[in-house]
Design a protein around this ligand. Structure first.
Ligand code: FMN
Length: 236
């Protein structure tokens, strides 16, 4: 049983959790409505219940809002426009076909939701630029990790981030995880006075999503269970 909710049936708990998990979306247009510091701290505390290998808890989180967020965003936008950051290297080249197909499908859905022609490079760049102003969210988070750790520990910060996005969604707060920040580590580290051992892994925009924005109405499909999982040893 889930201990904190003993008065609820197991079925109710499962329904609540499924509802919150499945209603999370990457939101890319936010209302300016601010988030209270206490609420952000509550979400962070809940996120930190994430498991981590040997409980080393490798996540480091920088939360920016108000003028601090705006200054960081302004500098990031300027750096993006100037093209000074190293090119993004989030995926290997060549990307195996199965992933290339999904990435292409993602791009088609994303830009179609905005009415952007996929050949319109300027419009696409303009949209990408919005990553760096946290898509207008009142709160931005930069998640960093000690660069000496191995890929294994990056799993931990992903689990932390998923907890965070679910804890936020349970409170009606939306998020967008963003690896776009990673190439701008030097600029971000200088703004946030990160120790030299840390590296920016990704960022998260957080706030109340604008439900009227077309970009927020896109739904990204998922593979079916029978297409990505193989189950062994169960009775037929
Ligand atoms: C590690 C990670 C990095 C991502 N980076 C970006 C990003 O830089 N910009 C962006 O708009 N979305 C980014 N996304 C959001 C994905 O595009 C999104 O999760 C995916 O298309 C599935 O859609 P959904 O989150 O709405 O279900 C990222 C997601 C993850 C998990």
């Amino acid at each position: 049983m889930v201990q904190a909710a003993m008065e609820w049936s197991q079925e109710t708990v499962a329904q609540c959790v499924a509802t919150v998990i499945s209603s999370r979306r990457s939101v890319r247009a936010f209302k300016p409505e601010p988030l209270r510091r206490e609420l952000v701290e509550e979400i962070l505390g809940e996120s930190a219940t994430a498991p981590s290998g040997a409980n080393i808890q490798p996540w480091r989180v920088y939360v920016v809002s108000g003028a601090v967020k705006d200054e960081l965003a302004n500098d990031l936008v300027a750096a993006y426009r100037a093209g000074t950051a190293p090119p993004p290297a989030h995926f290997p080249e060549p990307l195996p076909d199965v992933f290339r197909t999904r990435l292409t499908d993602f791009g088609a859905r994303y830009y179609a939701s905005l009415g952007i022609d996929r050949h319109d490079t300027a419009a696409r760049m303009h949209q990408t630029e919005k990553n760096f102003s946290f898509f207008g969210a009142p709160v931005g988070l930069i998640i960093s990790i000690d660069r000496r750790l191995k890929p294994h520990s990056w799993i931990d910060i992903g689990l932390f981030a998923q907890n965070l996005m679910i804890a936020a969604k349970a409170r009606g707060i939306d998020t967008c995880p963003q690896v776009s920040f990673a190439p701008f580590h030097e600029l971000i580290a200088a703004h946030l006075q990160m120790p030299p051992d840390e590296v920016t892994a990704f960022g998260i925009s957080m706030g109340y999503g604008d439900p009227r924005a077309k970009v927020n109405q896109t739904r990204m499909p998922r593979e079916r269970v029978q297409d990505f999982a193989r189950l062994f040893g169960f009775p037929a």
